[in-house]
Design a protein around this ligand. Sequence first.
Ligand code: NAD
Ligand code: DAU
Length: 343
Amino acid sequence: MKNILVTGGAGFIGSNFVHHMLAKYPDYHIVVYDKLTYAANLNNLRDVSQDPRFAFVQGDICDKEKVAETIRGYDIDTIVNFAAESHVDRSIMNPDAFIQTDVYGTYVLLEAARQFGLERYHQISTDEVYGHIPHGHASVETDPVRPRSPYAASKASADLMVHAYFITYGLPVTITRGGNNIGPYQYPEKVVPLFVTNALEGKPLPVYGDGRQMRDYQWVGDHCEAIDLVLHRGELGEIYNVGTGEEMENLRMVEILLDELGASPDLIHFVEDRPGHDRRYALNVEKIKALGWRPKHTPEQAIRRTVRWYVENEWWWRPIKEGEFREYYQKQYGQRKVLKVGL
Ligand code: NAD
Ligand code: DAU
């Protein structure tokens, strides 16, 4: 493994992964292949753009010819696929791009990996494929997938196709299913960066429903270390859950975030819930721990560190909140009924 194609590497987790890999492996070359959708940002790769081991190609994973040309041109031996439409609320508004990129795009990459006889295809998946998890259970990798949003269904479909390529063609694949990542370079449509930046702007924090939904908030760098480990030590054809194993209510996350900022709970606005909102995700992470991985941050540490990053990096998020984001925000939140203000 020397020449890695990181699809979606100009997005949040992908760009963190690129930083991690270039810092850790002096003899690896990384090619980021990214369509540059609204969620991408070349500022995420600013620090590595001059590194001779790094290259960037603008392209769509649904474009077979461009994918093939890139694999050939850079002598790629490994694909790590982060490219996806990734926001649940956008998938509810319009699922089309999710089916195109997350399902068809994954198929294009798998087919290219098969045709070029690549050493490894790694799929970045999500705990959302398991659907809502009742109290008393934590998802294990052998659980059935029960996705409930168009986003989750598109990701589950991709996982099934990855597995089919392993069984049918013997393609050397691995899959990781991560909980909610937080940290540097996350587009501020996702809850933690949205709430920190809104609070810094003195705007309300729109908490969906009663705010008692549970998520496993993990530091993005911990997730990247787990992906690295699976690439090097994971068993082919296997799935690995990646999270802290500690889920937290959204309201608790908001309390920590406000505390770190020294901001008032009056900023909280309880608003109409997300349709089909999964109440709880919970991951059993024993399998990845057995490979030797441990998260270095608890959810609380991850939230506090993330808040500090956004406080210190206004240069990164301010321009984003001026552009496409405004139109999206108006569509998503403009008509939403406010149920209660403050705690
Ligand atoms: P993101 O939205 O920040 O970035 C996605 C990137 O993919 C962007 O750079 C975008 O331009 C690129 N992209 C989209 N469509 C493309 C296409 N057709 N061709 C090429 N590039 C395309 O997403 P993220 O939060 O970094 O998530 C990355 C991956 O991790 C996704 O597969 C997501 O499902 C998965 N995941 C995310 C989380 C999370 O908490 N964010 C958790 C678990 C898994
Ligand atoms: O669990 C992994 C998944 O985490 C990833 O696969 C997805 O790509 C990623 O977007 C994320 O999905 P969520 O839907 O959990 O993330 P989001 O940040 O959108 O929401 C987190 C929780 O916060 C969820 O319970 C909904 C709630 N929420 C979200 C927003 C945007 C609010 O209460 N208000 C909001 O405005």
